[in-house]
Design a protein around this ligand. Structure first.
Ligand SMILES: NC(=O)c1ccc[n+]([C@@H]2O[C@H](COP(=O)([O-])OP(=O)(O)OC[C@H]3O[C@@H](n4cnc5c(N)ncnc54)[C@H](O)[C@@H]3O)[C@@H](O)[C@H]2O)c1
Length: 310
């Protein structure tokens, strides 16, 4: 058994059930607080489908308890991961309640995508133990977790959180400032911003953008990050390219009009049949299944030692 410490998870939705699973798989006892009865009832089936996907030992599901009350779910927890709806007053209330229910040295982590954890922990007695842990969906399959230190988080809390995540098989990184988008979403949206501008300017269609990324630089990104790629080709070449290219990159202030117009027209993506591309009914499920198979194969290979013989 890996995990001596009990883990509390607040919210058993999309992110919460995956976070609970990954800690149970690492040998921790996990308590999930989920206030909605139907969602509580759906948890065994959703956890079972992760187990089926990854082919793990069914016994690990016995490590997880689900509760309709907060205090029993987080009782004795050394870490509590909050994955409740993205609303500041709700998260503040949850953290205040959690603080009453756990030991003074328990770490309180928020999975918020955008709300600064400084704000979430504002009224707590022990603000140094509040930290952001930004998991990526699905959290049991994507390795990265951004551990976001806010202005009050202690260095010891960051260190303990990183150690816990590493022992559970994740790849934690330390983000030293609680800024909007952290690191990953800033990078992702910088690319999306340019992609939408290229389509709007008629340079190529949306399908071509996806092909260029998946079959081009995206094909090597999992083993060659942008900084090492820059160093590999040489910063002199990077500078030459930057001198010519950067003045042409999109600088629209705020979201691009193309994005605003599509949303205004109800073209929201796969759920409405059209977004940036056209989608037939059922295609969203096929795309999700393809992603899930791909990530699960990588996760299984990682568990065995390493994915590809490099
Ligand atoms: N979905 C993503 O891709 C993603 C990725 C990274 C981070 N996040 C963040 O994770 C958090 C959860 O997102 P999600 O996608 O899992 O949402 P979700 O709606 O699937 O899950 C939220 C769960 O919290 C429950 N809940 C409602 N009120 C609650 C309360 N008072 N106490 C505890 N639980 C409560 C809901 O019933 C629901 O089951 C959000 O802060 C979101 O921004 C989401």
């Amino acid at each position: 058994m890996n995990g001596e410490e009990k883990i509390g998870v607040v919210g058993g939705g999309l992110m919460g059930h995956g976070i609970a699973y990954l800690f149970a798989a690492a040998g921790h006892r996990v308590g999930i607080f989920e206030p909605v009865a139907e969602i509580r009832a759906s948890l065994p089936k959703r956890l079972q489908s992760i187990l089926d996907l990854l082919g793990d030992d069914p016994a690990l599901l016995a490590n997880i308890d689900v509760d309709g009350a907060l205090a029993p779910a987080v009782k004795d927890a050394a870490f509590v991961f909050e994955a409740a709806p993205e609303k500041l007053p709700l998260k503040q209330k949850i953290f205040a309640e959690v603080e009453q229910a756990v030991a003074p040295d328990a770490i309180l982590a928020s999975n918020s995508s955008a709300i600064p954890s400084t704000q979430i922990g504002l009224s707590l007695a022990h603000r140094e133990r509040v930290v952001g842990t930004h998991f990526w969906n699905p959290p049991h399959l994507v390795p990265l977790v951004e551990v976001v230190q806010n202005e009050k988080t202690s260095a010891d809390v960051v260190r303990r959180t990183i150690e816990l995540l590493r022992r559970a098989g994740k790849t934690p990184v330390h983000v030293r400032r609680d800024i909007p988008g952290f690191v990953g979403n800033r990078l992702q949206h910088a690319m999306k911003r340019e992609a939408i501008a290229l389509v709007a300017a008629g340079v190529c269609d949306a399908e071509t953008i996806d092909t260029v990324v998946k079959e081009g630089f995206g094909a090597r990104t999992a083993v060659l990050g942008p900084m090492e790629q820059s160093d590999l080709v040489g910063l002199d070449l990077n500078l030459d390219i930057a001198e010519v290219l950067y003045e042409h990159l999109d600088r629209t202030a705020g979201p691009h009009p193309l994005l605003r117009d599509r949303v205004k027209a109800g073209k929201l993506g796969m759920k409405t049949g059209e977004g940036l591309r056209q989608w037939a009914p059922g295609q969203a499920d096929a795309v999700r299944a393809r992603l899930s198979r791909f990530l699960a194969a990588q996760a299984k290979a990682r568990k065995k030692g390493f994915a590809v013989d490099l």
